[in-house]
Design a binder for this molecule. Structure first.
Ligand code: HEC
Ligand code: HEC
Ligand code: HEC
Ligand code: HEC
Ligand code: HEC
Length: 164
């Protein structure tokens, strides 16, 4: 999208008195109540499962095959683990609902790797998951949040830095 289209949209939104749309589903219902806290307490790191965060735009979610590597042996009697292993046996991914996501219409460019390289911890944006079961939106990562931190760190604030 070109800059003028954004300016136009911004003017229209302001005219309607509408706030910028925010991330909608704060805590979607997940197919399995995946406990972040138990895995973190067992000593796992965020990037053991969200492997791509340091090297690409998306952080990525683990495949059920990775869950099965451990759960073929760990907690096999648990009803939840039976469900996990049933997905794995069918060769079907667990249909996790996305938590943090922008509408396509917002044309947002976000890159995890740039932020990890700048030394920001996951918790700066996603909160502390040590007591969490499934993830929920900790704070809405709206445009104001992005820009406030960019100003603080001297990162880019031109429209084109974050929108295509
Ligand atoms: C540092 C990143 C960043 C910069 C710089 C930025 N934006 Fe945004 N903008 C966002 C994010 C993130 C959203 C989505 C917010 C949401 O959905 O909660 C957004 C949403 C918007 C939307 C709403 C789009 C929609 O349809 O949902 C408009 C309009 C917009 N920005 C215009 C601008 C303009 C104009 C500029 C330059 C003056 C600008 N933005 C600069 C990050 C940025
Ligand atoms: C500067 C803020 C920020 C930091 C730091 C950050 N994230 Fe994110 N994360 C986001 C935003 C914004 C989205 C939504 C991006 C989108 O939909 O385009 C997101 C999405 C995600 C997602 C879901 C989709 C995906 O594959 O990207 C996961 C998983 C995630 N982050 C994990 C992490 C982990 C793990 C870390 C630390 C290694 C981390 N994030 C650090 C802002 C951040
Ligand atoms: C590195 C090994 C490892 C991996 C990989 C792993 N887990 Fe776990 N998981 C554990 C451990 C350890 C526990 C805690 C067991 C305990 O409390 O005794 C656990 C507990 C659980 C529980 C709680 C079971 C219950 O009934 O309390 C669920 C559900 C679960 N894991 C699902 C998953 C899913 C889904 C994945 C893949 C996204 C996954 N795990 C990946 C090691 C792992
Ligand atoms: C054992 C694997 C595992 C570990 C370790 C793990 N996660 Fe997750 N994470 C998952 C799974 C599975 C989901 C999908 C279910 C959900 O949304 O909670 C998820 C979801 C998320 C989401 C929401 C993704 C979306 O849809 O927007 C974020 C953010 C996230 N994790 C951040 C983290 C952070 C930060 C850490 C480290 C403190 C971490 N995770 C550690 C497996 C893991
Ligand atoms: C907590 C601070 C913080 C937050 C929140 C944050 N950023 Fe950043 N962002 C940074 C820093 C620091 C850099 C790296 C600047 C550098 O390396 O020059 C960066 C870099 C970027 C870049 C690369 C710009 C370039 O140099 O081309 C993009 C794109 C970006 N951020 C988008 C976003 C969006 C979109 C959001 C909101 C969803 C966001 N950021 C939220 C701190 C933040």
């Amino acid at each position: 999208m070109t800059r003028w289209k954004y300016l136009l949209t911004a003017v229209v939104l302001a005219g309607l008195g509408a706030a910028y749309p925010t991330l909608t589903q704060r805590a979607p219902r997940q197919p399995i109540a995946f406990p972040h806290k138990l895995h973190l307490a067992a000593g796992m790191h965020c990037t053991d499962c969200h492997r791509d965060a340091a090297v690409s735009a998306s952080a990525g979610l683990p495949s059920v095959r990775e869950c099965a590597l451990c759960h073929a042996r760990i907690k096999t009697q648990s009803p939840m683990i039976r469900q996990v292993m049933a997905y794995a046996k069918r060769g079907e991914e667990i249909p996790w609902q996305r938590v943090y996501r922008y509408p396509k219409s917002a044309h947002v460019i976000f890159r995890h790797n740039m932020h990890i390289a700048a030394g920001l911890a996951c918790g700066t944006c996603h909160g502390d998951l040590r007591h969490a079961t499934t993830a929920s939106v900790w704070k809405p990562l709206d445009m104001g949040v992005c820009i406030a931190c960019h100003r603080q760190h001297g990162a880019k604030v031109e429209c084109q830095a974050c929108h295509d």
